[in-house]
Design a protein around this ligand. Structure first.
Ligand code: UDP
Length: 241
């Protein structure tokens, strides 16, 4: 790997479950999966270490499952964490098809197909330019993979959390529903929490604020954007102190 001239040496990329399916859809769509893999592959061509935290909302979100069924909420959250493992394994195969070396590390022990999350081993993989896909969130219920991404970033000393969504940044309201929604190019952590902006969980924002990890929110459906973000181009919304 060449000496990095990029703004970030190590990134945590958070890909929500919605990235794996068509808008309003469910499960894993083959084209969406291949597209995410191509985008990540482009990033790996830059001199940057890549850890990915995958969501699971394309299969199940614990809070919704608990609300809609008689499943106790803690169990429903574990089910949500297992959903993220499916996305992680799918992304691993899609990336390896493109020739990108990967490892999946899970916060819940699943010895047959994932390594356990071990901080120092994760960092070692990253140093060897393997993409590390972090599955099963934090391994504990009642939080989301946004918090897992923020925690991972702090734990592995990443320089930024890149939150890939299907909206091109943060708005005052949902731009798909409100045509008057105003776009923010930059925000402070304080703004996000004070204004209750739906970017990431408050716990995720709080962790990033405490440990000075910037967050960039961008639209992963724009081809090549992930690479541009990694190269420091102004895209989406950047959240800092
Ligand atoms: N989850 C959890 N603990 C974690 C991460 C996730 O309990 O540390 C559960 C939670 O129920 C969540 C689901 O897994 O709704 C799927 O993750 P998330 O909602 O973050 O997925 P995304 O919205 O990013 O697709």
């Amino acid at each position: 790997m060449a000496e990095s001239k990029l703004p970030y040496r190590r990134i945590v990329l958070k890909i929500s479950g919605e990235g794996f399916c068509r808008r309003g859809g469910w499960g894993i769509d083959a084209d969406e999966l291949a597209r995410i893999a191509r985008e990540v592959r482009l990033v790996t061509e830059e001199a940057v270490q890549v850890a990915i935290v995958v969501g699971g909302g394309n299969f199940l979100r614990g809070a919704n499952a608990a609300r809609d069924t008689s499943i106790p909420e803690a169990t429903a959250h574990y089910m949500g964490m297992l959903a993220t493992v499916m996305n992680a394994l799918a992304l691993q195969e899609a990336l390896e098809l493109l020739g990108t070396e990967t490892r999946v590390q899970s916060a819940i022990a699943i010895a047959a197909c994932c390594e356990p999350f071990i901080r120092r081993r994760c960092i070692r993989h990253l140093e060897k330019n393997r993409v590390v896909i972090l599955a099963a969130g934090t391994g504990r219920p009642f939080v989301t993979t946004d918090t897992a991404a923020a925690l991972a970033a702090v734990e592995i000393n990443a320089d930024v959390v890149l939150k890939a969504t299907k909206v091109d940044g943060v708005y005052t309201a949902d731009p798909h529903k409100d045509p008057d929604a105003k776009f923010y190019a930059t925000l402070t952590y304080h703004d996000v929490i004070q204004q209750g902006l739906k970017v990431m969980d408050v716990s995720a924002i709080d962790l990033c604020q405490t440990h000075h990890v910037p967050i960039v929110v961008f639209d992963l459906t724009i081809p090549g954007i992930m690479r541009r973000v990694v190269k420091g181009e102004v895209c989406g919304t950047k959240i800092t102190t």
